[in-house]
Write a protein that binds this ligand. Structure first.
Ligand code: NAP
Length: 336
């Protein structure tokens, strides 16, 4: 039976999401409804993307009994209120990253999902790209020996984008770009909590974290060095360096296979080329999890808990740099 989707917001990433979903075999998914703050925008999105119904409020979508799982593509500060609204209405939720604005908020949402017995997951799409699976498989097989160091950066010149610079829109490099580097390190380190976190950064004139550099110190003589910024294009590469070799991952334009070394950090411009296969894969994985709720979810808990713990630690250790800024990176999947 088709999975029945409701889409919250008619913005950029929602558009990417439905484009990806539409590429899956018809019959597997239905785009039941889209909601936006304005009915006009929702209608226009629905017409363009073949969505069955359009709503001018998120509340109306929450009330639609036809909607089974909701994809939340609003800007970050709305993830908690909209996520709570949908979960309260008994909907499963796939929420864009960052799950929430703080660890406290994230825990609140997870608690609610557990209480209401619904599926909740942060949409870190890259976790489902085949290259990540290939990488972890090779690390586990010992192909690069013992992991010594992760080096990862993600930076783009984004100071012209409102949601990257305005506090009320959830701005800041950590929540937008930094979380990719944290989740990458956490994946390589097997979800382990770092023993120590050393971090520094710069705030913009508006008090937004614009550049950060972080070292995570792990057990077993392992380290991760991470950088992110909204001020300039960084290499946006990731390296896993071991005693016998290195796995090098680059932005997608450098190649299309793992041996060409690429991790598709970027998800904009998704409509062309080989990246689509990763999208298929990511969405398929998300959906298969949704549809196997009763059988296979408990095994997913180790990954999200690890990221959550690492982020709490980060937040603690960088509070003097980000007095009002919360740092969080989570992959939250809740067992029903
Ligand atoms: N997983 C990924 O690879 C990836 C990539 C990019 C972004 N994201 C995440 O996706 C989310 C949305 O990013 P985006 O680039 O799609 O953002 P966007 O297009 O600027 O905004 C998305 C939606 O948020 C709502 N919104 C925008 N400004 C608002 C405001 N001032 N007040 C209230 N609501 C507002 C609007 O919803 P309505 O349509 O209802 O008006 C808008 O359509 C972010 O949390 C971001 O971190 C994820």
């Amino acid at each position: 039976m088709a999975t029945r989707w409701g889409i919250v917001s008619a913005g950029l990433i929602s558009s990417d999401f439905v484009n990806a979903l539409k590429l899956l075999p018809p019959g597997e998914h239905r785009l039941v409804a889209v909601a936006a703050r304005s009915l006009e925008r929702a209608k226009s999105f629905a017409t363009k993307n073949g969505v069955e119904k359009a709503y001018g409020s998120y509340e109306d979508l929450a009330k639609d009994p036809d909607v089974e799982v909701v994809y939340i593509g609003t800007i970050h500060p709305y993830h908690l209120p909209v996520g709570s609204l949908m979960i309260q209405a008994g909907k499963h939720v796939l929420c864009e990253k960052p799950m929430c604005m703080s660890v406290k908020e994230t825990k609140q949402l997870i608690k609610l999902a557990k209480e209401k017995k619904v599926f909740l997951m942060e949409a870190v799409w890259s976790r489902f790209f085949p290259v990540y699976h290939e990488m972890t498989k090779r690390i586990k097989a010992g192909e690069i020996g013992d992991v010594v160091q992760v080096l990862s950066s993600f930076g783009k010149s984004l100071e012209h984008v409102d949601r990257e610079t305005k506090r009320e829109l959830g701005a800041g490099t950590t929540l937008d770009l930094g979380i990719y580097t944290v989740q990458f390190a956490t994946l390589v380190m097997g979800g382990e909590k770092p023993e120590k976190v050393l971090a520094g950064g710069h705030l913009s004139a508006h008090g937004i974290d614009e550049s950060t550099s972080t070292t995570l110190v792990y057990s077993g003589r392992r380290l991760a060095s991470l950088a992110s910024t909204i001020r300039a294009d960084l290499p946006s590469e990731a390296f896993v360096i071991g005693t016998k070799g290195t796995i090098k991952t680059l932005p997608r334009q450098h190649g299309t296979s793992f041996h060409d070394a690429q991790v598709p950090f970027f998800t904009r411009g998704l409509t062309t080329g080989g990246l689509l296969q990763f999208l298929f894969s990511s969405i398929k994985c998300c959906i298969s999890i949704v549809t196997t709720l009763n059988s296979s979810l408990s095994c997913w808990l180790t990954i999200p808990c690890g990221v959550l713990r690492a982020s709490s630690h980060l937040q603690e250790n960088t509070s003097h740099y980000f007095p009002n800024q919360i740092i969080v990176s989570t992959l939250a999947i809740v067992r029903v």
